[in-house]
Design a protein around this ligand. Structure first.
Ligand code: C2E
Ligand code: MG
Ligand code: MG
Ligand code: MG
Length: 290
């Protein structure tokens, strides 16, 4: 009896495994078409410069508008794309769209100085042609590279530090700045980190979420701010979901803030309306109002 049930479980597991493999193969095929059929969509999440009290940049977050499935979040398809060269295609597309947007902003109004931060897959940095893809996008669009920031996680960088440094140096020689994403959650070594050409440190939102209630997390936040500033980096706090969190980070000298409380990721036109509002605008006063 137990044996039969055990076998049943194995068969059930096999069936589920098979199903999930078939499913991700299906997703991969559909995703390949998606890039060609223009089903990818770029959303932007504005980031607040706390001292200047303006939205000084926006993070580009890709979505897949998959027919019959609605808007698919990146967590559901980027890992699948990362298993093949598809991730290079998606990366190229995101970089190109970001550059087109930057160029349009500059053409429409030269006083717009906002940057766009693009998430880069580790394999694109290490095994792909990231620097060449960047150059192609800059050449095609005429975008100002100093308005572009590339975001990478510690783990992605530590995988092959030598190669990461080479590519990042090439990218940075064009004027693009580099951010470490989700800082504090990955695997990294301070010794290596110091050797990498980095401009910005993004504190992961897991540290921000308990900041006003949890003594430990505020200690970690304080330490991460100290490390970032000691290394001469600009520090961004991710995942700000309430006025208290923003107030705490502002009081500790954090440079920039990002999160649902400030602005949700939104289609480009909606993000623009928030970054360039008409008339009087004081984002901080509004956002600190509890
Ligand atoms: P990430 O780079 O750390 O991006 C921040 C994620 O946190 C986004 O999720 C954003 O919507 C979400 N977020 C922002 N503010 C808040 C908040 O206040 N609370 C909470 N709970 N979440 C917040 P999203 O858009 O689902 O993206 C997830 C991840 O997918 C990104 O994490 C990034 O690693 C990856 N990703 C997104 N776009 C791209 C892309 O174009 N290329 C690559 N390679 N990866 C991407
Ligand atoms: Mg990011
Ligand atoms: Mg992040
Ligand atoms: Mg993340």
């Amino acid at each position: 009896e137990a044996k039969r049930r055990g076998r049943g479980r194995v068969e059930l597991f096999d069936a589920r495994l098979r199903e999930s493999i078939v499913q991700s193969a299906e997703v991969e095929i559909a995703l390949r078409q998606a890039v060609r059929n223009d089903e990818l969509e770029l959303h932007l999440q504005p980031v607040l410069d706390i001292e200047r009290n303006t939205f000084s940049s926006a993070e580009a977050l890709v979505r897949w508008n998959r027919p019959g499935h609605g808007m698919v979040p990146p967590g559901d398809f980027i890992p699948i794309a990362e298993r093949s060269s598809l991730i290079f295609e998606i990366g190229r597309w995101v970089i190109l769209e970001s550059c087109k947007t930057l160029k349009r902003w500059a053409d429409e109004d030269p006083s717009r100085t906002q940057k766009i931060a693009v998430n880069i897959a580790g394999s694109h940095l290490i095994d792909g042609n990231l620097a060449a893809d960047l150059d192609a996008a800059l050449l095609l669009t005429g975008a100002d590279p100093t308005r572009l920031e590339f975001e990478l996680t510690e783990t992605q960088l530590m995988h092959d530090v030598e190669r990461a440094r080479d590519v990042l140096e090439r990218v940075r020689s064009r004027g693009v700045t580099v951010a470490i994403d989700d800082f504090g959650t990955g695997y990294s070594s301070m010794a290596y980190l110091r050797q990498l050409p980095i401009d910005t440190l993004k504190i992961d939102r897991s540290f921000v979420s308990n900041v006003t209630e949890d003594g430990f997390d505020s200690t970690v936040i304080d330490a991460l701010l100290t490390i970032g500033h000691a290394l001469g980096l600009s520090v961004v706090a991710e995942g700000i979901e309430c006025a208290e969190q923003l107030a705490y980070l502002a009081s500790k000298g954090c440079d920039r803030a990002q999160g649902y409380h400030l602005a949700r990721p939104a289609p480009i036109a909606d993000a623009e309306a928030l970054m360039w509002p008409h008339g009087q605008h004081d984002p901080l006063e509004q956002l600190l109002n509890i």
